[in-house]
Design a protein around this ligand. Structure first.
Ligand code: SD4
Length: 290
C-alpha cells in the first residue's frame, strides 16, 4: 500500500506544507496542492529567497524563477520574471494556456499581466536596506548554509496516487543580472515522472544544472534505487566534479511512487518537511561532509 496522500518540501517550511496538506486532505489533486503550498512562501516577505521579499540581483532587481510539473509530464516555467509575486502560478499558466514550456523576462511578465496578475514592487524595506549595505562591498559570495539556500521545492502524491511538483525561488542573492539558476529548469531543479517519483533541489543551482540533478535522481529510482540512495548518488556525482570543494551547499529531496522519501546534502543543515497520514515532521538530512 502506497503512503498517500503525502507532501514533502525542501527545508522546514511548515506553513507551505500545511497548506498543501490541507488541499490533499480535502481530496484536492497533487498539482493544486504543490501550487497552493509554495504560494505561501512566495507571499511571505520574511522569506528572503522566494517570491515577494526575495533578495535582488547585483543591480537591485528582484528576478524570480519557478517551474511546475504534473502527472502527465506537462510542465511550465518562468525565468527572470520581475514585478510578479507568484511566479509558480504564472508557470502553471504557461503550462496550461500556451503551447510553450518556458517564458523569460519581459515576455513572461507581459504574459502574466495578460493573465490578470498584478504588478507589484517585490523589494521590501528589509531587502532594500540589505542591498544598500551589500553595495558598500559588492562582494558576491555563496554562503554555505540556509541563508542563501531556501528555495522551496515541493513534491506531492494525491489520493489517486498521482504525483506533481513545484519549485520557486528568487535565486542566489546579488547574482549577475540575467542569471538563471536550476530551480526553473525542468530536470535540474525539479522533475516528476508519475510512473516512478519526483525529485527537487536547493542550493547552488549551477552545480545542479550541470548534473541535471532532479532528472538524474528520478532515473536512478527508475533503475531500482530508493529515494535515499538516489539522492546520495546525486550528491556524490556533484562532489566527484568538485573534489575537495567545501564552499557550497546542495540539498536533494526525492519521493517514489510508494510515498517513500529521501534526502541528502553536501553540508549538515538541510532538512525537509513531510506531511502524510501519520502526521507531520521536520526530517533532518544526512550530509556528504559531517
Ligand atoms: C538557485 N537553487 O537559484 C537556487 C538557489 C537556492 O535559495 O536554492 N536559493 O541556484
Amino acid at each position: 500500500e502506497a503512503n498517500k496522500p503525502i507532501v514533502v518540501c525542501t527545508w522546514d517550511f511548515k506553513n507551505a506544507s500545511a497548506k498543501a496538506w490541507e488541499v490533499l486532505n480535502g481530496d484536492g489533486n497533487a498539482l493544486d496542492a504543490v501550487e497552493q503550498g509554495v504560494r505561501i512562501e512566495e507571499a511571505d516577505v520574511s522569506n528572503e529567497t522566494v517570491g515577494k521579499g526575495g533578495r535582488p540581483d547585483r543591480d537591485g532587481n528582484v528576478t524570480l524563477d519557478a517551474c511546475i510539473m504534473d502527472k502527465d509530464g506537462n510542465c511550465g516555467s518562468v525565468v527572470y520574471l520581475q514585478n510578479i509575486a507568484h511566479p509558480i502560478s504564472v508557470a502553471r499558466r504557461v503550462m496550461e494556456e500556451t503551447p510553450h514550456i518556458i517564458l523569460a523576462g519581459k515576455g513572461a511578465e507581459q504574459f502574466a499581466y495578460e493573465q490578470g496578475f498584478k504588478k507589484e514592487d517585490l523589494l521590501t524595506e528589509s531587502t532594500r536596506a540589505q542591498y544598500k549595505e551589500w553595495l558598500k562591498t559588492s562582494k558576491y559570495e555563496t554562503t554555505i548554509n540556509i541563508e542563501n539556500h531556501d528555495t522551496i521545492g515541493m513534491l506531492a502524491i494525491d489520493g489517486n496516487g498521482d504525483i506533481a511538483g513545484a519549485c520557486t525561488t528568487s535565486g542566489m542573492a546579488y547574482k549577475v543580472a540575467g542569471r538563471v539558476g536550476d530551480s526553473p529548469i525542468i530536470g535540474a531543479g525539479l522533475y516528476v515522472d508519475n510512473e516512478v517519483g519526483g525529485a527537487t533541489a536547493t542550493g547552488v543551482g549551477e552545480e545542479v544544472i550541470r548534473t541535471v540533478g532532479s532528472f538524474l535522481i528520478v532515473e536512478l529510482m527508475r533503475q531500482g534505487k530508493t529515494p535515499q540512495e538516489a539522492c546520495e548518488e546525486g550528491v556524490k556525482r556533484i562532489m566527484k566534479k568538485n573534489e575537495g570543494r567545501k564552499d557550497f551547499q546542495i540539498g536533494f529531496l526525492a519521493i517514489n511512487k510508494n510515498g517513500e522519501t529521501g534526502a541528502y546534502c553536501v553540508h549538515p543543515g538541510f532538512s525537509y518537511r513531510k506531511y502524510d497520514p501519520t502526521g507531520h515532521e521536520n526530517v533532518p538530512s544526512n550530509s556528504f561532509y559531517k
